[in-house]
Design a protein around this ligand. Structure first.
Ligand code: FE2
Length: 220
């Protein structure tokens, strides 16, 4: 399965693309059509299999280890990459026992002062392999591109008394009407991760689906 020109236009303009009832899509092939697939961490396979887990069963440091089966707040994926992946592709073979939440950062009404704060406030990004400084919005990593990075579990404000960008974002996110997407069987969701925040509803397990998602990171 290849993405059509129409699909690519929707992804470019809307920032995300959802397609359902596909016949066995290969997300690595789809990823190669829009960029360069990369592993989510250096010691991982190209694609990850994500399964809702209780916090005690989830791998240490993951969002599931913090939230378990509860709702997962808005974030971008791969915030611990020096340059986060531009696209995230998610594939589910079965209907998911939770909805995915989608929030387009570009649709949030920020003042120029708030955007400046999001660009200049320093955060420390931490993961198993390295720590580095970054801001929520970055223009300096790739010429002409603005990159969004936000995951307040692997990012902590550089100055603990100075949490302006955290407060600005959390307030705007709380007041914003996000899209809630119900995954049908054999569906893919592609997110422009430099622009779209995503989260997840609380998991409501049923007997038909374990809620497995296959995920691929794609660099531009
Ligand atoms: Fe995520």
């Amino acid at each position: 399965m290849m993405l059509s020109d129409y699909d690519l236009t929707v992804l470019e303009e809307q920032g995300w693309l959802y397609k359902s009832n596909l016949s066995s899509p290969n997300i690595v092939n789809i990823g190669q059509q829009i960029g360069k697939p990369i592993p989510s961490k250096p010691d991982r396979n190209l694609t990850d299999l994500l399964l809702p887990k209780n916090s005690s069963e989830a791998s240490k440091g993951s969002l599931s280890s913090i939230y378990g089966l509860e709702e997962i707040p808005f974030h971008t994926d791969g915030a611990y990459h020096y340059i986060p992946p531009k696209y995230i592709i998610l594939f589910a073979q079965e209907e998911l026992p939770f909805n995915i939440r989608i929030l387009d950062f570009n649709l949030i009404n920020f003042s120029n002062d708030q955007l400046a704060t999001l660009s200049y406030d320093v955060w420390i990004v931490k993961d198993k392999f390295r720590n580095f400084y970054a801001s929520v919005l970055t223009n300096s990593l790739l010429p002409g591109k603005t990159i969004l990075r936000y995951n307040n579990h692997c990012m902590i404000p550089g100055n603990k008394n100075h949490v302006d960008s955290y407060q600005i974002l959390e307030k705007k996110i709380k007041d914003f009407n996000y899209i809630s997407l119900c995954f049908e069987p054999n569906s893919i969701l592609i997110l422009n991760n430099w622009r779209i925040l995503h989260g997840r509803d609380k998991v409501v397990h049923n007997h038909c689906s374990q809620g497995i998602l296959e995920r691929l990171f794609v660099m531009e």
